[in-house]
Write a protein that binds this ligand. Structure first.
Ligand code: NAP
Ligand code: MG
Length: 490
């Protein structure tokens, strides 16, 4: 075949324009994916599979292996062997090299990971590109730095790995949750069997490929896709699992506590929340409005620490509600791969149904519902940004975790009343405080029963900082030095 070349350019120049940095064409989806066991992608023993879809279009993305009981046995067995023979005995400095390598490959493949995350989860590309993927890399970098310094971590002279960790994660931050689980466990010398959520397996599988690329010894990390009720339940109960780390609903978290009672396994739980975002009359209002919007509409509100209860001081309540309405009217809901999108799709049909029914319950209980007029796509799972006023603390929208783009506005007069209302919840994961008074920030932080209190910001995450809840939000900390404690016998 004859080619024609321009004479003023060297032959190797490719004439098409490259894809835009975050375009769909940079991901190479396979039609089907196996389980990642012992360093290789393998078929499940029973050959079961299911389909994962793009929640913004309902298009099928790929066929995913569904692990059964024998696959769980196999994965736990190879993880146990790898822990005893290779990863546990390895010098911390050597483990660190592998973790640094994973972190660097995540950075190199960050665009691919970001597009894949938005396709499978429905979140805006701006968020997967600027938050999820960089934070996943940051967690590996951070814990890589600890791997050869465990004896200086303040847990005594010879902290030892617990053994094999069974880790179950949700669909709201699929890659980031995988990084939060794997990085500290591996740094401490444990091996892992990770089960991603059914609806968002793809970035965990790409991470498995990255782990292969980083040349980790086989069996150190295993990824089992499949149903929580089958693979998840079998994994956490498996006698070869020494440590269970779970992030997800409070309901399943409680089931796990019951199922594991008396089995002698280490357990950490990161569950739901109903965070208060508290705005005082002296707050810098422009920043507070942005903080409220980010607090509840980031990731469509599908965030365990979402600021879903706005507590605003009575004197400025009308102003804040008016300003929120005009700000919400500028939010763009739609195609997750569009760089201008603020809110993407809800992750799955069940979740959309849960949001709808809680919102209807809120209306039935007398709260006033408001949304900006916005056209939602015809296919996929969508919910508009929603604001409830006239909310009383006893209503379900003020008590239950909605896990969607729905903000309930309540008011208070004094700091004491703000604390009492904020703490009037069975949860205790996070809270936000907006005020220009430093002494008030400290007082509030001491009195709010929440694992994280943000001051004049919200939804800030950093690998050096421990994250986790009080009460029904769970126990144990992820991130920071405390995150290592969850994976060490001290
Ligand atoms: P979920 O059912 O708790 O799922 C979380 C993870 O646990 C998934 O990987 C799930 O697998 C697995 N799982 C389910 N049942 C299990 C069992 N019996 N044993 C072991 N693993 C099991 O949460 P969801 O259904 O995805 O979401 C429901 C609600 O949970 C949301 O509305 C929200 O309120 C809350 N949530 C909280 C967080 C958080 O970060 N704290 C995250 C997501 C959801 P499958 O995917 O196969 O079910
Ligand atoms: Mg999906």
């Amino acid at each position: 075949m004859s080619k024609t070349y321009r004479t003023d350019q060297p032959e190797h120049v490719v004439w098409e324009y490259s894809p835009a940095p975050e375009s769909r064409s940079i991901v190479h989806l396979q039609s089907s994916y196996g389980l990642f066991i012992g360093g290789a992608f393998v078929e499940p023993v029973d050959g079961d599979s299911y389909r994962t879809e793009n929640p913004a279009t309902e298009e099928v993305l790929a066929e995913i292996a569904a692990a059964g009981l024998r696959d769980v046995d196999r994965a736990v067995e190879v993880a146990g062997r790898a822990q005893k023979t290779v990863w546990g005995p390895m010098a911390g400095a050597e483990r660190a090299k592998y973790l640094f390598r994973i972190a660097r490959i995540i950075q190199e493949r960050s665009r691919e990971l970001a597009v894949l995350e938005s396709l499978d989860n429905g979140k805006p590309i701006r968020e997967s590109r600027d938050v999820d993927v960089p934070l996943a890399a940051a967690h590996f970098f951070y814990y890589a730095g600890w791997a050869d310094k465990l004896e200086h971590a303040g847990f005594g002279p010879n902290p030892a790995p617990i053994g094999v960790a069974g880790q179950v994660i949700p669909w709201n931050f699929p890659l980031m949750m995988a990084a939060w689980k794997l990085a500290p466990a591996l740094a401490a010398g444990n091996t892992c069997v990770l089960k991603p959520a059914t609806t968002t397996p793809l970035t965990a599988l790409l991470l498995a490929e990255i782990i292969q690329q980083a040349d980790l010894p086989p069996g150190v990390v295993n990824v089992l896709t499949g149903a929580g009720s089958v693979a998840g339940a079998a994994l956490v109960a498996h006698p070869g699992i020494d440590k269970v780390a779970f992030t997800g609903s409070t309901e399943v978290g409680k089931d796990l506590q019951r199922a594991l009672a008396g089995k002698g396994k280490h357990l950490t739980l990161e569950l739901g929340g109903k965070a208060a975002n508290i705005v005082f009359e002296d707050a810098a209002l422009d920043q507070a409005i942005e903080g409220i919007v980010n607090g509840i509409f980031f990731n469509q509100g599908e965030v365990c620490c979402a600021g879903s209860r706005l507590l605003v001081q009575e004197s400025i309540a009308d102003t804040v509600v008016e300003r929120l309405k005009s700000r919400l009217s500028t939010l763009r809901v739609g195609d997750p791969l569009d760089k201008n999108t603020d809110l993407g799709a809800i992750n799955n049909a069940d979740q959309l149904e849960k949001i709808r029914s809680l919102v209807e319950e809120g209306e039935a209980e007398g709260a006033v519902r408001w949304s900006p007029s916005c056209a939602l796509p015809a296919h996929g799972y969508w919910f508009p940004p929603t604001l409830f006023t006239n909310v009383s603390p006893s209503q379900s929208i003020a008590r239950e975790e909605i896990f969607g783009p729905v903000l309930s506005v309540l008011t208070f007069r004094t700091p004491e009343e703000a604390v009492a209302k904020a703490n009037n919840t069975t949860y205790g994961l996070s809270a936000g405080v907006w005020t220009e008074k430093g002494s008030r920030i400290l007082w509030m932080a001491q009195h709010l029963r929440a694992g994280v209190v943000w001051a004049n910001t919200f939804n800030r995450f950093d690998p050096t900082s421990p994250f986790g809840g009080y009460r029904e939000s769970g126990f144990g900390r992820e991130g920071g030095r405390h995150g290592l404690a969850a994976y060490l016998d001290v």
